[in-house]
Design a binder for this molecule. Structure first.
Ligand SMILES: *[C@@H]1O[C@H](CO)[C@@H](O)[C@H](O)[C@H]1NC(C)=O
Ligand SMILES: *[C@@H]1O[C@H](CO)[C@@H](O)[C@H](O)[C@H]1NC(C)=O
Ligand SMILES: *[C@@H]1O[C@H](CO)[C@@H](O)[C@H](O)[C@H]1NC(C)=O
Length: 315
């Protein structure tokens, strides 16, 4: 299991590193100034710690392998992918949360996580778990930008936002909770593809909003650089331990055999195909933006089908 986790981190890390190349080629003279993360538990570094929700990771066994060995609120035993990212960029050791009260603005100039575990592109997902919706994450980002301008002045603050990289990871909780588990969304969106389309329209709103932030907020046309976005697709949802367990409980007669739910993997692939097509369109139509798609599906699927390759014998 430990090896498996390490291998996952490593694979996703290599994917993220490969993201720098398209960005670097597009703007060779500019370094990435900061990283801002939005979405769910895959990018939440502890924003849920103060929320009245059960979706929290500020207790053991979380954080066991984190540098300080304390549970920080990250939904993992170690570091998040964005932690590896900021350290590879030479910005910081780990990406902090915007809500950490022990930090000052000076600690947040190289970016912050606004993500909230349990949230999704569909606001209903976050409200059901009493966590922070994407809309609220963006409002928090807006408040952050004002503080950044106040602390550093308009030119420097605008430069930081302009040269930043925006990482977005969301969608898994929408599918798991609001499509497969609870019935409300399935009644409104009678096909899985119509729900996918809805999720992507929410993502499109978020992305276009970020493209316009700073400029709108300061009511001035600073030279707007190309906003750099890295957007993660869905993992093979049908192979997530939770989904497999629920399925063994549902099957009658009950079975001990743990296998991936094929239909959910097919749905994940369909969403990822739609997301990639959307990203190509946005890349060409949203002014001053550059996108990369982060493939989570294939590295994870490879681990499920070839566990021995990753040194994982039993889980
Ligand atoms: C980019 O970063 C490198 C290494 O940190 C530095 O040497 C270079 O001057 C930076 N370039 C710009 C344009 O800031
Ligand atoms: C925050 O900034 C202060 C002052 O610059 C510094 O002493 C402290 O180490 C920083 N903390 C973190 C976690 O970066
Ligand atoms: C986005 O457009 C740039 C050229 O402006 C291109 O190099 C890059 O491959 C495109 N990315 C995607 C995901 O289509």
């Amino acid at each position: 299991m430990e090896n498996g986790k390490l291998a996952i981190s490593f694979l996703l890390f290599s994917t993220l590193l490969s993201l720098f190349h398209p960005f670097a080629a597009a703007e060779p003279s500019k370094n990435i100034s900061a990283v801002f993360a939005f979405g769910d538990s895959t990018l939440d570094a502890g924003n849920n710690n103060d929320l009245p929700t059960l979706v929290r990771a500020d207790h053991p066994p979380y954080g066991r392998d984190f540098p300080s060995r304390v549970p920080t609120g990250r939904f993992t035993n170690g570091k998040l992918i964005t932690d590896f990212l900021v350290s590879a960029l030479g910005l910081r050791d780990v990406l902090p949360t915007h809500s950490d009260r022990s930090l000052t603005m000076a600690n947040l100039t190289t970016g912050a996580s606004f993500a909230s575990g349990g949230s999704g592109l569909d606001d209903l997902t976050a409200t059901t778990s009493s966590v922070t919706t994407i809309g609220r994450q963006v409002a928090n980002f807006e408040a952050y930008i004002w503080r950044l301008h106040a602390a550093l002045g308009n030119d420097e603050a605008s430069r930081i936002i302009r040269d930043a990289m925006f990482v977005i990871g969301a969608g898994s909780n929408d599918m798991i909770m609001n499509y497969y588990m609870l019935p409300a969304r399935r009644m409104t969106f009678t096909t899985v593809s119509s729900y996918h389309t809805f999720l992507l329209s929410q993502l499109r709103k978020l992305v276009s909003y970020i493209c316009l932030t700073n400029r709108n907020l300061m009511q001035q046309l600073y030279s707007v650089g190309a906003r750099k976005f890295a957007i993660a697709g869905l993992p093979p949802l049908g192979c997530l331990p939770l989904q497999v367990t629920l399925e063994t409980m549902r099957s009658s007669p009950p079975t001990l055999q743990r296998t991936c739910i094929n239909q959910q993997n097919i749905d994940s692939m369909a969403y990822n195909a739609l997301l990639q097509a959307s990203i190509r369109t946005w890349n060409n139509t949203l002014p001053n933006s550059k996108f990369v798609y982060v493939d989570i599906y294939n590295p994870l699927m490879d681990m499920v089908t070839h566990p021995l390759k990753y040194g994982r014998i039993a889980s």
